[in-house]
Each structure stands twice: as structure tokens, then as C-alpha cells.
Design a binder for this molecule. Structure first.
Ligand code: IMP
Ligand code: MG
Length: 176
């Protein structure tokens, strides 16, 4: 089987959208929020978004959670593992939770619950990509970069079996 990447969203489109997205998010998270990025997929998204938020006067603290549910497959196993937990105090913080893709909704739901249980004063969620057709539970992100159809995508930090994260554009993985 050969793999090919069909272009979907260019690096330029992503950069433009993140400028707007940061403007949408900034008024809601206070001047010194805690940003929690769900790794590894949202690493590149987070890196670009915090700089866009910075241009708007936001001075965040950054933390990460490593969660994994996919293994080496293209559909979620539904079982979420905390591989590395965040270490910042969550209680009474204004928290912005970031993920790369909102798919079944299980990951973002799980991470949101964790942060709420730890006493976040406010919790907002932002995802780069939303695939609403794939939802297994009712879950919406407060902020969405792009809504896309039910395609398996890679690039801009998003992987297939740990590959393709370095690609600057987002594309559909075609297995032929
Ligand atoms: P959910 O728990 O099903 O919503 O899955 C969210 C996670 O699944 C994302 O953070 C991604 O890491 C992964 N994922 C979902 N769709 C894709 C995709 O199209 N390509 C690569 N990873 C994906
Ligand atoms: Mg992944």
C-alpha cells in the first residue's frame, strides 16, 4: 500500500486563520491564563497560537498533558491514557485547553473534566480542526480553527503513526 498526502489546508491559510482565532479567544481568557496543550498533536498549533495571543497582550503560563488514544491506527480506541500529566496548579486559574483535532470528542471531554475537577476558575477549549461528523459524545469546542469533513489528516503537528508531523500544510492521508 502506498501513501500519498492530498493537500487540504495550506500553511498560509493556517497562519491567517490563527491571527483571527487569537483575536476571538483573547477577550475570553484574561491577561494571564494557563494554556494547557494536549500533546503531541497540538504542539505546533500551540506554538503558533501563543505568539498570536502574545501580540494581543496575553501573557500565558504554559503546561502540557500527553494523552493518547490512537496507538498506530487511524481511528480512536476510545480508551484514553494519561502518559504525562500537567504540573501547574489549576485551581482558580483561567484555563485555555488546546487540542489539534476534535474527532469523537472523547479526548477533549476527558481533559476538560480533569481540569474542571481540579478547580479551574474558567475553562475554554480551542481546537485547530473540528470533524463534527465523527462525534461519539456531545462535545463542542469554544473555538475552532477549521471545520472539516470526515477525513484522516496529517501535517502541522498531526501524525499518522508518529509520521508527517513536520509538514507545514495539512493534507488528507490517502492509502492506495
Ligand atoms: P477524539 O478523542 O476522538 O476526539 O480524538 C482526538 C485525537 O485523535 C486528536 O487529538 C488527534 O490526536 C487524533 N486524531 C483525530 N483525528 C485525526 C486525524 O485525522 N489525523 C490524525 N490524528 C487524528
Ligand atoms: Mg495523534
Amino acid at each position: 500500500m502506498t501513501e500519498r498526502i492530498q493537500p487540504l489546508i495550506t500553511a498560509t491559510d493556517i497562519a491567517q486563520r490563527l491571527q483571527t482565532l487569537a483575536g476571538e479567544i483573547a477577550p475570553h481568557i484574561g491577561a494571564t491564563p494557563l494554556i494547557v496543550a494536549i500533546l503531541k498533536g497540538s504542539l505546533v498549533f500551540c506554538a503558533d497560537l501563543i505568539r498570536q495571543l502574545g501580540y494581543r497582550g496575553v501573557r500565558p503560563t504554559l503546561d502540557v498533558m500527553v494523552l493518547s488514544s490512537y496507538g498506530c491506527d487511524t481511528s480512536s480506541s476510545g480508551h484514553i491514557q494519561v502518559q504525562l500529566d500537567c504540573r501547574e496548579e489549576i485551581k482558580d486559574r483561567q484555563v485555555l485547553l488546546l487540542d489539534d483535532i476534535l474527532d469523537s470528542g472523547l479526548t477533549l471531554h476527558f481533559a476538560s473534566q480533569q481540569l474542571r475537577q481540579r478547580g479551574a476558575a474558567t475553562l475554554h477549549t480551542a481546537v485547530l480542526l473540528d470533524k463534527p461528523e465523527r462525534r461519539k459524545i456531545a462535545m463542542q469546542a469554544d473555538f475552532v480553527g477549521f471545520t472539516i469533513p470526515n477525513l484522516f489528516v496529517v501535517g502541522y503537528g498531526i501524525d499518522y503513526a508518529e509520521r508527517y508531523r513536520e509538514l507545514p500544510d495539512i493534507g488528507q492521508l490517502m492509502q492506495e
